[in-house]
Ligand binder design. Structure first.
Ligand code: NAD
Length: 402
C-alpha cells in the first residue's frame, strides 16, 4: 500500500467536502516522522514511528514487524489510524510504527532484543499522553510486554497506559481479544436491520482472530455461512457450514481445508453469489482484476484495506455496498482504548460493561455513517471519511491552528 492510494481517496473526499487549501494542507501534514536504525546481533534494521495528526489526543496505532515495511507504508497506516480513531469518537490521533524485518526467521531471544531496541530508539516519543503503540502484523502481546518492560526500565516508573495489547498479567484487557470481531458483528447486524434483511448467506475470507470470531458469532445466532477460507484455501457448503466444527478441525490440522466439505480457492470464495462477503484476511483482495466478478450485495471490511481504491469506485457504480474498514474494524482500537483507560486510572471494568459501551459506540457510529451516505448519495467509505476529517478539522479550529 502506498500513500498515493490514500491521497486518491482523500482527493475525492476533499472535493465533496469543499476543503480549502489550508484545511487540505492540515490533513496532509504529518506531525512527526521519526526513523532510526536498530542494531541487533550484528544486523541493522530500519525502524519508524510516525504520528499523522494528534489534534484529538495522543497518537494511537500499532507497530508492524514485516520485511516489506517502508516509510510510505507506515505513513499510510498512520493516516488511516487518524481516520479510524476520529470516526470512532476516541480521544486519539493516528500513529503507526514499523520495523523492516522478517520476525519468522528470528529466534525468540533475538525477537526480544529487537523489541527492546525499538523502545530504546523511540522511548522519547512514546507515553500515555503523547503516543501509544499496540500490536499489529507479526507483533504480539508478548512483544508488548517486553516493550513495556524496557520503557519502564528507562523511565524508572510504571507506565501501563503507554502501550496496549499487553499480556493480561501486565494490565492487558481480555475483552480486547474479541473486540474487533464483536464490533464488526454489531455493524453487520445494524446493517441488516437498516436494510430490512434477515435470511441471508455469508462467506468469510480469513479464519483468524477477526474472521473466525465473527463467523462464530454469526453462526451462533443462526446465520448461514456457506464458505470460509484461510491462507491454504477455502471450503464451501450451500447448506451452511458448522463453524464450531470447522474451528475444531482448524485447531487440529491448522487449516479449514481439512474439514469435510467442497474445496474452493480463495478467488472462488470472493466470487461466490452470497449476500454478504466478509473480508478478514489481507489488504487488496478485491481489485480492478476481479471486481467485475464480485456477486455479493454487501462487503464487510473487517481487514484493513481489503478493497483497492479503483475497485471501490466500480463497486459503488455496481450498487455493491462496502462497509468500510475504518468503521467495521474499529472495535479493535475501541478495545485498546478501554485498556488504556484502565491503565491510566487503575479502574478495572467488568466485561459486560465494556460490551455495552462497545455496542453503544459502534451503533452510534454506524448510524452517523449510514445516514450521511444516504443523505449525500455517496459510498459509506466516503461518508466515513467526511465525518472523520470533519472532527479533526474541528479540533484544529478549536486550537486556533486553522
Ligand atoms: P490473523 O493472523 O489472526 O488471521 C488472518 C487470517 O487470514 C488467517 O486465517 C490466515 O490464514 C488468513 N489468510 C492469510 N492469507 C490469506 C489469503 N491469501 N486468503 C485467505 N485467507 C488468508 O489476523 P487478524 O487479527 O484476524 O487480522 C485480519 C485482518 O483484520 C488484518 O487486515 C488486520 O489488520 C485486520 N484487523 C485486525 C484487528 C484485530 O484486532 N485482530 C483489528 C483491526 C484490523
Amino acid at each position: 500500500m502506498v500513500f498515493e492510494n490514500v491521497s486518491k481517496t482523500l482527493n475525492k473526499v476533499s472535493k465533496i467536502m469543499k476543503l480549502n487549501e489550508v484545511e487540505m494542507k492540515t490533513i496532509l501534514t504529518f506531525k512527526r516522522i521519526k526513523k532510526e536504525k536498530l542494531e541487533v546481533e550484528g544486523e541493522t534494521y530500519d525502524a519508524w514511528r510516525i504520528v499523522h495528526n494528534d489534534s484529538l489526543g495522543p497518537g494511537k496505532g500499532g507497530i508492524r514487524f514485516h520485511p516489506n515495511v517502508s516509510e510510505d507504508e507506515v505513513k499510510s497506516l498512520a493516516f488511516w489510524m487518524s481516520m479510524k480513531n476520529s470516526l470512532a469518537g476516541l480521544p486519539y490521533g493516528g500513529a503507526k510504527g514499523g520495523v523492516k524485518i522478517d520476525p519468522k526467521i528470528l529466534v525468540r531471544e533475538d525477537l526480544e532484543k529487537v523489541s527492546r531496541a525499538y523502545i530504546r530508539a523511540f522511548h522519547e516519543v512514546f507515553g500515555e499522553d503523547t503516543d501509544v503503540p499496540a500490536p499489529d502484523v507479526n507483533t504480539t502481546p508478548e512483544i508488548m510486554g517486553w516493550m513495556l518492560d524496557e520503557y519502564e526500565k528507562i523511565k524508572g516508573k510504571h507506565a501501563p497506559a503507554m502501550i496496549t495489547g499487553k499480556p493480561l498479567s501486565l494490565g492487558g484487557c481480555k475483552f480486547r481479544e474479541t473486540s474487533t470481531s464483536k464490533g464488526g458483528y454489531i455493524i453487520f447486524k445494524e446493517l441488516l436491520e437498516k436494510e430490512g434483511k434477515s435470511e441471508i448467506t455469508i462467506a468469510v475470507q480469513g479464519f483468524g482472530n477477526a474472521g473466525y470470531n465473527f463467523a462464530q458469532m454469526a453462526y451462533d445466532d443462526g446465520f448461514k455461512i456457506i464458505a470460509v477460507s484461510d491462507s491454504k484455501g477455502g471450503i464451501y457448503s450451500p447448506d451452511g457450514l458448522n463453524i464450531t466444527e470447522v474451528k475444531k478441525v482448524k485447531n487440529e490440522s491448522r487449516t479449514v481445508t481439512a474439514y469435510n466439505a467442497e474445496k474452493i480457492t480463495n478467488e472462488q470464495l470472493l466470487e461466490l453469489d452470497v449476500d454478504v462477503l466478509v473480508l478478514a484476511a489481507l489488504e487488496n483482495q478485491v481489485t480492478k482484476e476481479n471486481v467485475e466478478k464480485i456477486k455479493a450485495s454487501y462487503i464487510l471490511e473487517l481487514a484493513n484495506g481489503p478493497v483497492s481504491a479503483d475497485a471501490d469506485e466500480v463497486l459503488f457504480e455496481k450498487g455493491v455496498r462496502v462497509i468500510p474498514d475504518i468503521l467495521t474494524n474499529s472495535g479493535g482500537v475501541i478495545g485498546s482504548y478501554f485498556e488504556w483507560v484502565q491503565g491510566k486510572t487503575g479502574h478495572i471494568f467488568e466485561d459486560t460493561y465494556l460490551e455495552e459501551r462497545l455496542e453503544k459506540i459502534m451503533r452510534n457510529n454506524f448510524k452517523k455513517v449510514y445516514e450521511l451516505h444516504k443523505e449525500k448519495n455517496v459510498s459509506m467509505r466516503t461518508a466515513a471519511y467526511i465525518l472523520a476529517i470533519q472532527r479533526i478539522l474541528d479540533a484544529e479550529r478549536a486550537r486556533g491552528n486553522i
